[in-house]
Each structure stands twice: as structure tokens, then as C-alpha cells.
Design a protein around this ligand. Structure first.
Ligand code: BES
Ligand code: MN
Ligand code: ZN
Length: 493
């Protein structure tokens, strides 16, 4: 589906469908205040004003009516209430757009003029309304039915004209790229573990390189990782028949020699827990344990599509965590690529074991900044629930810039502390550090573990365990935190 900006709100006659916002009467004495509503009312021979007068239609949030027009002009006009301007937040705006889309999506025709971007809100600017419109419709249209023998019909894809000033063009471009990148992220997440293996992720890395001559993808095989001393990463895949991979996607959009920004993704394509095996309930959801990798790959796709003038390297650390007689065991000690030794006290704390070697590998790029993204801890879900990702960093200013990118992108993250007092929880009797820090502050001690391998650069860690997918009847990947990552890189460019 294509999105365009339309500066002229009066072009009702040139489209097949129109979406019009209706302000709440308690906030305006003339609800047909806009020319577009007056035009639409004329086209419909006063049907809108009649519906309002009879009380069938009001400007209350999401109150709506679809008017059919058999005369000249658009065949469908949806009028939808936008509620109080001081209540129309990003979250509610997104819901409004999705509700509007659901009312016309059965038969929108070939083009839609969408005026929701002109909705009265004291909370959102025009740029935000443009980007939220694109991403909300992207989310609503997303399907993952490739494994159904009878896939659902493809949703219609009309050209959508968002009424907004041309100065939102950059936001439009970014949100279109972000929305497509979220689709890729969601697809990779939703794919079952028997298809989306480390090798499959490596192929996706090569695909990104095939699409642009500014991208080089290199996949490190187990033998090469062995030679580099990545014994911690390799320990995680020891029990699996699937070979582990380190996927390095190098995008050179900036000048040669300019320090790149690095994105590191946790790509555990299935996390059974290994010998410290997980309970059976909802274990299928551990196919989502590569969502950090998926969001990093999605972000790379968006960065490539936007042709950003910046250097970015993505490093995906991918393995399958399985129990077997060759699997690593609690108590085993491995030497990481950094030289530090780790005692594996719980094989289910495997994310940090693959990420630590990926972080050490990142040093060779002399990075300006490094952000790693991981579905790292159940404890993060206890701390922040399913709405906000956690960010932890060795630089408070950098953490603040990540949070601000999240806020801009409506993909929020919140900082958790990472003081030295937490570091002590990782002490081991037999190695330099243990891979678990006890029950308390589990999201923080996981980040503390990673910080030991991020001492030579500005680094932030995003724990997306609570935000990367939803459970229950609406089970599925969310595409988070692609918007945050894209915004982060855009802000550096
Ligand atoms: N992938 C899990 C974290 C996770 C669990 C994410 C549930 C989302 C939902 C991770 O590898 C893990 O198992 N972490 C353990 C760490 C513990 C053993 C210190 C956890 O959170 O229980
Ligand atoms: Mn685990
Ligand atoms: Zn895991």
C-alpha cells in the first residue's frame, strides 16, 4: 500500500473513499467547522448534519458512521469522532486510525483521502499524526497466514493520501520504511523455530546485502568463531543440531572511515532453556527469542531503504538453545572472546552468553555507539510489563537519547539503574563471573553481565522481553523495537 501527502484537504472528488474527523460537540460550537465536512455534507445532501442532529452521529471518540454516495464524488465517506482534543494521545490516535481503517477496509476502492491527520489534538503534532497513521495501518493490515492451507484474502491496498503539509515528507518516508521493516521483524518473529533457524537468519542477512550495493553481509561459521575464541557464544548451540552463526551486516551509507553505530541482536531461534530446561507451558513462545535479531534486521532494512548517510553495522548472534548429551551443563566454565571466563550456573541464561562475544566482536569496528537488543529476561516483564522496553547503559546521557528516540517513535523505553552494587551479584567462586545474579533485579544483573563486555565504548542494552510479542489469542510478534532503533539511527545521522 502506498502513502502520499496531500496538502489540499478539499480534493474529495478525486478519491474513492474519504475519512473525516468529527470534533466532540462539547469542544466546538460548530461541529461542521471544516470545509471538508461541509463539502462532504453537501455531496451527501445533508446526511451528515442530519445524523448529527438526530444524535446518530457525534464527535465522541470512535463514534462513526459510513455514508454511501451513489452520485458524483467519493463512493464512501466515513465520519469518525475524535473526542476531546486534550485526550487524543498517540496511543488513542493509533486506535482511532485502526478503527477508521476497519470500517472502510472491506471496500475502500482505489484511493483514500484520510483527514484524520487534521484531527484536533493538543498532544500530537502533524509529524506524529503522519507517522502514526502509516504505522497503525501497517499493523492493522499485517497478516501471518503462510502456514494456513487456505490463507485469508489479502487486504486491499488503496493509495492513501494523508492530508498534511509537505514538511512532513521526511516523517512519511521514515514511517513507510519503518512500517515495512516492522513487517519483516514480525515475519521473522512469527516464523516457527523449525524454519527460522540461525541459518535462515543468515540467509536474511545476505538478502539485505543483495538489495543494496552499500551493504556487505558476512556470516561467521562455528569454525571461524572457534578461531576467534567465542567459546561463550558457541557453548549455547552445543546441544543443537543447528549450527550457530554470527551474522554481520555492514551498511556504508556515510563516508569511509567514519565511526559506525553498531546494533547487536540476540538471535536465539528457540530457547528451550537447555539442560536447565524450561517448564512446558507456553514454551512455544520461545521461538520469539530471536526478536532482538529481528528488530535489528528490520531496522537495517529501513536504514537501507531510507538511504541514510551514516555507517551502521548490525551483528546478530544466533544459536538454538537445546538440551542433549553434547549440551553445555550447569557448572561448565567457558572462556569468552574477551578472555574473561564465565561459569554457566544456568544454561537458560543463554542470551548474555551469545551477546557477550558479539559485543567483544563489535570492538573491531571502533564503534561510535553500540546498542544491543534482546528478549533477555523474564524479570524485565515483572519490572515494566508489556508496554515499555527497558534500557540500561554505561552512559546516562546515551540512555536518555535512547529514551527520547523511543518517545519520538511512540516505541517507549525506560531506564533501569545499573550501579556497581548490582555487579557483585555476578561474582563466581570459580570463574571471573557467573552467568546469573540471583532472583532479585534479574533484568539489571543481566545488563551488568553485558556491561563487562562493553567497557571500551558507549553502550546501551534494550531488554524487549515484555514488548517483542503478545501472548494469548492475539499471539504474535509486535515489530518492536524497530521504530525506536530507526529513530535512534536517524537522530545520529
Ligand atoms: N529468553 C529468556 C527470557 C524470557 C523469558 C523472555 C520469558 C520472555 C519471556 C531468557 O533466555 C531466559 O531464559 N532468562 C532467564 C534468566 C534466568 C535463568 C537468570 C529468565 O528470565 O528466567
Ligand atoms: Mn533462556
Ligand atoms: Zn533466551
Amino acid at each position: 500500500m502506498e502513502f502520499y501527502l496531500q496538502q489540499d484537504a478539499s480534493k474529495l472528488d478525486e478519491v474513492s473513499s474519504v475519512i473525516l474527523p468529527l470534533v466532540d460537540a462539547t469542544h466546538s460550537n460548530d461541529v461542521l467547522a471544516t470545509d471538508s465536512l461541509k463539502n462532504a455534507d453537501t455531496i451527501l445532501n445533508g446526511a451528515i448534519s442530519n445524523a448529527i442532529a438526530s444524535g446518530d452521529l457525534s464527535g465522541k471518540f470512535e463514534n462513526s458512521q459510513l455514508f454511501l454516495n451513489s452520485g458524483p464524488g467519493p463512493s464512501r465517506i466515513l465520519v469518525i469522532g475524535t473526542g476531546a482534543p486534550d485526550k487524543l494521545s498517540g496511543r488513542k490516535y493509533k486506535k482511532l486510525v485502526q478503527t477508521a481503517w476497519s470500517k472502510i477496509s472491506a471496500n475502500p476502492g482505489s484511493s483514500v483521502l484520510n483527514l484524520l491527520t487534521t484531527a484536533d489534538t493538543t498532544i500530537l503534532d502533524q509529524h506524529s499524526k503522519v507517522r502514526l497513521s502509516v504505522e497503525a495501518i501497517g499493523q492493522a493490515r499485517y497478516r501471518f497466514d503462510q502456514f494456513k492451507t487456505t490463507p485469508k484474502d489479502k487486504p486491499p491496498a488503496p493509495n492513501m493520501f494523508l492530508v498534511a503539509h509537505a514538511d512532513s515528507q521526511a516523517q512519511l518516508k521514515q514511517s513507510v520504511a519503518t512500517s515495512k521493516a516492522m513487517d519483516l521483524c514480525r515475519d521473522l518473529g512469527n516464523l516457527p523455530g523449525n524454519i527460522c533457524t540461525p541459518s535462515y537468519l543468515a540467509e536474511q542477512g545476505h538478502k539485505l546485502a543483495a538489495a543494496s550495493d552499500k551493504v556487505i553481509t558476512q556470516v561467521l561459521e562455528e569454525a571461524e568463531m572457534e578461531a576467534l575464541g567465542m567459546h561463550s557464544l558457541l557453548s549455547v548451540g552445543k546441544g543443537s543440531a543447528e549450527p550457530s552463526k554470527l551474522i554481520v551486516i555492514n551498511y556504508q551509507g556515510g563516508e569511509e572511515g567514519v565511526q559506525p553505530h553498531v546494533l547487536v541482536g540476540k538471535g536465539i531461534t528457540f530457547d528451550s532453556g537447555g539442560i536447565s530446561i524450561k517448564p512446558g507451558a507456553a514454551m512455544d513462545e520461545m521461538k520469539y527469542d530471536m526478536c532482538g535479531a529481528a528488530s535489528v534486521m528490520g531496522a537495517m532494512q529501513a536504514i537501507i531503504n531510507m538511504d541514510l548517510k551514516i555507517n551502521v553495522v548490525a551483528i546478530v548472534a544466533s544459536a538454538e538453545n537445546m538440551p542433549s548429551s553434547t549440551a553445555s551443563k550447569p557448572g561448565d566454565i567457558y572462556t569468552t572472546m574477551s578472555g574473561k571466563t564465565v561459569e554457566v550456573l544456568n544454561t537458560d541464561a543463554e542470551g548474555r552468553l551469545v551477546l557477550c562475544d558479539a559485543l567483544t566482536y563489535a570492538e573491531r569496528f571502533n564503534p561510535k555507539t553500540v546498542v544491543d537488543v534482546a528478549t533477555l529476561t523474564g524479570a524485565c516483564i515483572i519490572a515494566l510489563g508489556h508496554h515499555t522496553s527497558a534500557v540500561m547503559s554505561n552512559d546516562d546521557q546515551f540512555a536518555a537519547s535512547i529514551m527520547s528516540a523511543g518517545k519520538q517513535a511512540f516505541d517507549t523505553a525506560w531506564q533501569l539503574p545499573m550501579g556497581e552494587e548490582y555487579q557483585e551479584q555476578l561474582d563466581s567462586n570459580f570463574a571471573d563471573l557467573g552467568n546469573i545474579g540471583g532472583r532479585s533485579a534479574g533484568a539489571i544483573t543481566a545488563a551488568c553481565f553485558l556491561s563487562r563486555f562493553a567497557e571500551s565504548f558507549t553502550w546501551a542494552h534494550l531488554d524487549i522481553a515484555g514488548t517483542a510479542w503478545t501472548s494469548g489469542t492475539k499471539k504474535g510478534s509486535t515489530g518492536r523495537c524497530v521504530p525506536l532503533l530507526v529513530q535512534h539511527i536517524v537522530n545520529q545521522a
